[in-house]
Design a protein around this ligand. Structure first.
Ligand SMILES: NC(N)=O
Length: 698
């Protein structure tokens, strides 16, 4: 690893990694204590720990989606492709990975319609296809989480090490420690709250870099000056595959190839990552779709705004004496390791820039790591421990295992990051290769909740066949084009493009063809029945509590399943029966207006769970919004500019930069302001309860 960017002492690295991590752990300890004491949501129940009682509002879900989807790579790899391909890089990074979030809104809605009480998507696979498919998809789910988790630590530690000289292995192992601590202490709801605060800091720092580069910095200071510097850079270092070698065009062949890889790989890392299913599960049924559409719109601004600033600054300032590698240009291995952003932060702002980058990166790594930790913990708890090891596990042991699995996965992702580091695999390589390893399972997993005709054989054939075909295409193209199989040749654009496309397409073709030979005609009431028994008991506990409070009428009428539901329910999935004895927290005081409102919302949600057709409107909205937005982002905007070979004028470039600012502000409004607005009533009541000492009963 080059040390040309080292500008801070190693102590700064340890300070951020340990100090900030533990600061959030203590904040979380405080929040969880107050939550358990003053609200009806108790982190000591596995339902609350793993699903946040399915009560989170759309702004906070959107913020959680933004933070889960903001990896170290979202900042580092987007800056890398900006450095390599110019403006087309950040555009394709953002456009290629936003549409999966839009598409996931369809799955989120279907989960609410077809499996409203599931904890994990693997419970749906198990209920629908049985054990072989469950184990197959468990494999793909864990591979996805290991790849994403280790890639976070690999990218994050590379930059921490490069800026501070901190030992890379110490960084890899220490980054997850504080995160594990706060996730263990707080569970999913607390993770949302920490994610929120991380997203707030992330947005502030991105805006700081943007205003500095485009408004105040003496080296650039305006879009016009950036334009001139990029023009000069195109003469000195023209971009291969771009029209006229320009950095200011969407006619960039390699950026387009990267965009397609990003599309394929993003499908895998969203659809197969329990973190996104978990956010759908934690949503209220009526708002899940809105949350995913808002989350996608908000997330786009992060790589787009960040890399249009720091990635392009790295190009513009490479020949400036303040650039860390001056008078040399950065090596391709430094760029592939994700150092373009570090170089330009340092050139623009010196030590202040390095510290800001260190913090923004740490926020991105830890907020995504927290989502990965709790997602994997849920899989290992419900889909491994409870399903295969102790089906009659008590609620206390489920919580204990959830906590232990968070630590196990924290260690696992660190070990894998060390392995990649030791064998010379960097962030850029892993980023391009991830998708082809998991792409085969994308459509089979999506069809599990959307297509009643997919058979178990079709799902398994698609997933495993896609893996085999994807790897074969990847290695074959690398060998044919370059004559040898090395880390360098297997990490090239064309080889990874072939692997990613082959994996996703063959997964789709195989699952459709095999399923059509003997379609399943699945009865969704089977998946609707997952965890139904435990949910009924929890509801009856709620009713008892409400009767004690003298407001029996609020929810009673809607929590009982209809007679129809009772008589037609096929095989009951009793996997979660033990959780029926989880204590239902209750208030020892008469309920407040906020609690009455929550009860009414809960009652309305139960009513919707019992009549999935009421979500048809939301489903239509999800389909229309995701297809229209995808068409606009990935075709209508870029393709005319690609095919017309348009090179940005100064005015157009200025407008492009202004749009990136507006989008970052809009994103801040969605992921930072909206969650506060929609929970303002609750927060006021919560503060009043704390001041007046009103508690919830244990
Ligand atoms: N989450 C991504 N692809 O940055």
């Amino acid at each position: 690893m080059s040390s040309s960017a080292q500008i801070l002492p190693a102590g700064a690295g340890y300070g951020v990694v340990i100090g900030v991590g533990f600061f959030f752990a203590f904040v979380m300890m405080g929040i969880s204590h107050l939550q358990n004491k003053y609200t009806r949501f108790n982190t000591k129940t596995s339902e609350e720990f793993n699903t946040a009682s399915r009560s989170i509002k759309p702004g906070l879900i959107a913020s959680g989606i933004v933070s889960a989807w903001t990896w170290a790579a979202t900042l580092l790899q987007s800056a890398t492709v900006a450095y390599e391909y110019g403006v087309a890089g950040p555009f394709w990074y953002a456009a290629g990975a936003t549409v999966q979030i839009f598409m996931f809104s369809i799955l989120a809605c279907k989960v609410k319609m077809n499996a409203p009480r599931a904890h994990t998507y693997l419970e749906i696979i198990q209920a629908r296809y049985g054990r072989t498919a469950h184990i197959t998809f468990l494999f793909f789910a864990l591979v996805t989480n290991i790849l994403v988790g280790s890639q976070l630590l690999l990218g994050g530690s590379a930059v921490v090490t490069s800026l501070t000289g901190m030992n890379v292995y110490a960084a890899i192992f220490l980054i997850p420690v504080g995160v594990c601590a706060y996730v263990v202490l707080g569970g999913l709801r607390a993770t949302f709250l920490c994610d929120y605060s991380h997203t707030l800091i992330l947005m502030i720092i991105i805006l700081y870099f943007m205003f500095n580069a485009y408004a105040t910095n003496d080296l650039i200071g305006s879009p016009g000056e950036m334009y001139e510097l990029l023009k000069k850079a195109a003469v000195q270092r023209p971009v291969e595959g771009n029209i006229d070698g320009s950095y200011m065009t969407l006619k960039s062949n390699y950026a387009l190839v990267f965009g397609v890889i990003q599309l394929c790989s993003g499908c895998g890392t969203v659809f197969l990552d329990q973190a996104y299913w978990q956010r759908a599960i934690a949503s209220r049924p009526t708002t899940a779709v809105k949350a995913y559409i808002l989350g996608g719109i908000a997330w786009f601004a992060i790589p787009f705004g960040f890399a249009t600033t720091l990635g392009l600054c790295a190009v513009a300032l490479t020949d400036n004496p303040r650039f860390p590698t001056y008078p040399n240009v950065p090596s391709s291995s430094d760029i592939s390791a994700g150092l373009a952003a570090a170089y330009s932060a340092q050139a623009l702002l010196g030590k202040g820039g390095a510290v800001a980058l260190l913090i923004v990166l740490f926020m991105a790594v830890t907020s995504c790591a927290s989502a990965e930790l709790i997602a994997v913990s849920s899989l290992l708890t419900f889909d491994v421990y409870q399903r295969y090891i102790r089906p009659t596990a008590s609620p206390a042991s489920l919580i204990f295992v959830s906590h232990a699995m968070i630590c196990v996965f924290g260690l696992t992702m660190a070990v894998f990051a060390c392995i990649w580091n030791a064998i010379g695999i960097d962030l850029g390589w892993l980023f391009l290769v991830m998708g082809l390893l998991i792409g085969g399972a994308v459509f089979p997993a999506a069809f599990a909740i959307t297509w009643r005709g997919q058979s178990a054989a079709g799902a398994i054939a698609g997933a495993i066949g896609g893996l085999i075909v994807g790897i074969a295409a990847w290695l074959a193209v690398a060998k044919v084009y370059f004559g040898e199989l090395t880390i360098a040749t297997t990490g090239t654009e064309y080889a990874t493009l072939a692997g990613n496309l082959a994996a996703v397409a063959s997964g789709l073709i195989l699952t459709v063809v095999v399923s059509l030979i003997k379609p399943q005609n699945f009865d969704w009431s089977i998946t609707r029945n997952i965890n139904a028994e435990s949910a009924m008991v929890v509801e009856s506990q709620l009713q008892q509590k409400q009767m004690q409070e003298g407001k029996h009428d609020t929810a009673t009428a809607v929590v009982e399943p209809s007679d129809d539901e009772k008589t037609t329910s096929p095989e009951k999935d009793t996997s979660s029966t033990p959780s029926i004895s989880e204590p239902m927290p209750s208030s020892q005081y008469p309920s407040t207006a906020i609690e009455d409102h929550e009860d009414a919302e809960r009652a309305a949600d139960r009513l919707i769970e019992e009549s999935p057709n009421s979500l048809r409107g939301a489903f239509k909205l999800a389909c229309i919004a995701s297809f229209v937005l995808t068409f606009i982002m990935d075709f209508l905007v870029p393709m005319p500019m690609f095919f017309s070979h348009y090179v940005f004028s100064k005015g157009f470039f200025t407008a492009w930069v202004v749009i990136s600012f507006i989008w970052v502000f809009a994103s801040t409004a969605i992921s930072v302001v909206l969650p506060v607005v929609e929970t303002a009533g609750f927060l006021k009541q919560f503060a009043r309860d704390i001041v007046s000492g009103k508690k919830a009963k244990a």
